[in-house]
Design a protein around this ligand. Structure first.
Ligand SMILES: O=P(O)(O)OC[C@H]1O[C@H](OP(=O)(O)OP(=O)(O)O)[C@H](O)[C@@H]1O
Ligand SMILES: Nc1nc2[nH]cnc2c(=O)[nH]1
Length: 178
């Protein structure tokens, strides 16, 4: 797997440090509250499990599975709800955990859904932000890394469903793309 990687952008150590930093900020900002942490599957799975363990608060956890890239390198433009979350969102403080905000379509879809369901507050924590990809005007409240305009894989992020289990974030060699 490592042989397919052209360069590592964020090492395991970089990711660990950023999870600690974000966890501290979230702990401070949500003091006295019990947010529902909503992890956006599949990409945010590893980031979620690492960052929640840096949050020193009572939290509930839930998962929502949405998809728009279908394994490719470009957004289809349509966000499909694959599996909905189970929690009642009404009146609750929702913290969405994403791996990357690129066009912003996925995030906008989920934030709108939480607002329609009468959440008390909706905030977003993303491991990576790719502002150059933005199509919709939406931003995360907590950002780990601002990434260059490249398609990244690893630590949850896939190309054709592969590379999610790389422990770091990197960029694939050009010959890997079909
Ligand atoms: O800002 P956007 O352009 O909408 O891109 C961000 C979304 O794209 C990826 O999901 P994907 O659709 O690939 O599903 P996956 O997480 O199951 O791989 C990623 O995990 C984000 O959720
Ligand atoms: N794997 C992967 N998925 C994405 N979804 C939106 N941007 C990206 C990206 O750079 N890499």
């Amino acid at each position: 797997m490592d042989n397919d990687i052209a360069k590592v952008l964020y090492s395991q150590e970089d990711i660990k440090n950023v999870c600690q930093k974000l966890g501290k900020e979230i702990t401070k900002d949500y003091a006295g509250k019990t947010p529902i942490i909503v992890s956006v599957l599949k990409g945010a799975i590893f980031f979620t499990t690492d960052v929640v363990r840096e949050i020193d608060l009572n939290t509930e956890m839930d998962f929502i599975d949405v998809s728009s890239y279908h394994g490719g390198v470009a957004s289809s433009g349509e966000v499909d709800l694959v599996t909905d979350m189970g929690s009642d969102v009404a009146g609750r403080d929702i913290l969405i955990i994403e791996d990357i905000v690129d066009t912003g379509r996925t995030l906008k879809y989920i934030v709108d859904l939480m607002m329609q369901r009468s959440a008390n507050s909706v905030k977003v924590c993303t491991l990576m932000d790719k502002p150059t990809g933005r199509v919709l005007k939406i931003d995360a409240d907590y950002v780990g890394f601002t990434v260059p305009d490249e398609f990244v894989v690893g630590y949850g992020l896939d190309y054709k469903e592969l590379y999610r289990n790389l422990p770091y974030v990197g960029v694939l060699k050009p010959e890997i793309y079909e």
